[in-house]
Design a protein around this ligand. Structure first.
Ligand code: 5AD
Ligand code: SF4
Length: 457
């Protein structure tokens, strides 16, 4: 911040995916030179940003109800002579910008995910003008060329960080709004990713999760003038001293190329835990979803991954009740789950998204059928998750310690599979990785004992 500049409060509310968490941090970064600093509550804020998600359910309704609440805060501050700039960002802003301004005219700025680098200019315009500023372009310039690099890890304690390397999607799954809200697929250049990763590591990050709507379709321009894929990028990241763990999410089965599978064998820093959404186990529904692969092809990818990295565990997303899904289709999904075995999964009832092909498709599945299928599917997935956690008991796993546990003398960290782990141990281990023998499992965590007091870097 420039010396002498007035300090202003900024409150960011973030809904949705990890990329929104990352984006919120970047919006905070880009506003810092204007004097904005984070504050805990909206009533202390000169600017409030609501970073929204449009992926499922009544996204717009949720936004309008939150805006109603923020309006009261804005009015109360106005009564005391204080101005609050209210901005709506994220995928609902992109999809329903005009509607937001029509229904909530007290909103000052509406901006889509591709224009965050223009935020300072929008704030300046909003501060000057009466009337709202809207920017939901898909600009020709790449926002990452204009945004400052992330200054620090975005998570508490700062030991784990997110880093967006790819954005947008060209796959057009029948049910999904992402290609419309996040735009066409694009990748950040390798140099810019490596520079930001080094900076994050310098500020304390030991683990980086690479983000992208189709992260394994990454194809960034390399310093050698060639196009680098994710395996090549992961290799370069793994060479950064101090960076112990690399993850990436979310991947598409179609982009799970041999070189990436091989990277799981060759790069110990690449964590053996992969989120690889399959959505359905029925070929008919996979085709209707426009996923571009069959259930057998998914099974084959899993086999090859397990061959390359025997301790790899899988996580997935499932949708039940996509238009046209019959009982037999649903059974095929249950069978795929039984065959593959998932350590963790997210599952959803199909929710029609305006403007997507599936929303207008015939043979919508009744709500009660969706409910029953979701219950059955989640019960099966829960059993698998429990079995996976139970199988960890008795094993020795490397744990990255990220902070204190609830009890005195206790440390908390996470396993390669993102399971929270508690042990008794010295504070000096925070930020380090140490081997832990897992002794017990609880509903949402594990506990164990250190088998070597000395950490390795
Ligand atoms: N209905 C239900 N679930 C959806 N997802 C995306 N769009 C929809 C929708 N319209 C789920 C998919 C995706 C995850 C991020 O959200 O499973 O992988
Ligand atoms: Fe949506 Fe499909 Fe693209 Fe994933 S691959 S973001 S589900 S359109």
């Amino acid at each position: 911040m420039e010396p002498g500049r007035e300090v202003k409060g900024l409150h960011v509310i973030t809904w949705g995916c990890q990329m929104n968490v990352y984006d919120s941090a970047r919006m905070t970064d880009v506003l810092r030179p204007l004097g904005y600093q984070s504050v805990e509550t909206p009533d202390a804020a000169d600017m409030v940003i609501l970073n929204t998600c449009h992926i499922r359910d009544r996204a717009a309704e949720k936004v309008f109800s939150e805006l109603g609440r923020l309006r009261l805060v804005k009015d109360a501050r106005a009564a005391e002579g204080q101005r609050t700039i209210l901005a709506v960002a994220g995928c609902v802003a992109q999809a329903e910008g005009a509607e937001i301004l029509a229904r909530a005219p007290y909103v000052d700025i509406v901006l889509g995910p591709q224009t965050y680098h223009r935020l300072p200019e929008m704030v300046a315009r909003a501060a000057r003008a009466a009337g709202a500023v809207i920017d939901t372009d898909f600009p020709a310039e790449q926002k990452f060329d204009f945004l400052p690099d992330a200054q620090a890890p975005q998570t508490p304690g700062g030991l784990t960080a997110f880093l967006t390397i790819q954005e947008g999607c060209d796959k057009f799954c029948s049910f999904c709004v992402v290609p419309y809200t996040r735009g066409a697929e694009s990748s950040r250049p390798v140099d810019s990713v490596l520079r930001e990763a080094r900076r994050l590591v310098d500020s304390g990050a030991r683990e980086i999760t690479l983000l992208g709507q189709n992260v394994n379709a990454y194809h960034g321009e390399g310093p050698d003038g060639r196009v680098w894929g994710l395996p090549h990028l992961a290799e370069a990241l793994a060479a950064i001293p101090g960076l112990a763990r690399i993850r990436y999410t979310t991947s598409h089965p179609r982009d799970m190329e041999e070189a990436l599978i091989a990277a799981h064998r060759d790069l110990p820093a690449l964590m053996p835990f992969l989120h690889l959404p399959v959505q359905s186990g029925s070929d008919r529904i996979l085709a209707a979803m426009n996923r571009g692969h069959t259930a057998a092809e998914y099974r084959d990818i899993v086999l090859r991954l397990r061959d390359a990295r025997p301790d790899i565990a899988l996580s997935s997303d499932f949708i039940v009740g996509h238009p046209g899904e019959s009982d037999a289709d649903f059974d095929a999904t249950m069978q795929l789950i039984r065959d593959v075995g998932f350590a963790q999964a997210f599952s959803f009832k199909y929710s029609p998204r305006p403007g997507t092909p599936a929303a207008g498709a015939p043979m919508q599945v009744p709500e009660d059928v969706k409910d029953a299928r979701l219950q059955a599917l989640q019960a099966l997935l829960r059993t698998q998750q429990d079995a996976f956690n139970a199988a960890t008991v008795g094993r020795v796993v490397p744990v990255l310690f990220t902070g204190h546990g609830r009890k005195p003398g206790q440390l908390s960290g996470r396993s390669p599979y993102l399971q929270p782990v508690h042990v008794d141990g010295p504070d000096a281990l925070i930020g380090q990785i140490a081997q832990v023998e897992i002794r017990e499992r609880y509903t949402n965590s594990l506990s164990g004992t250190l088998i070597q007091e000395r950490a390795f870097a």
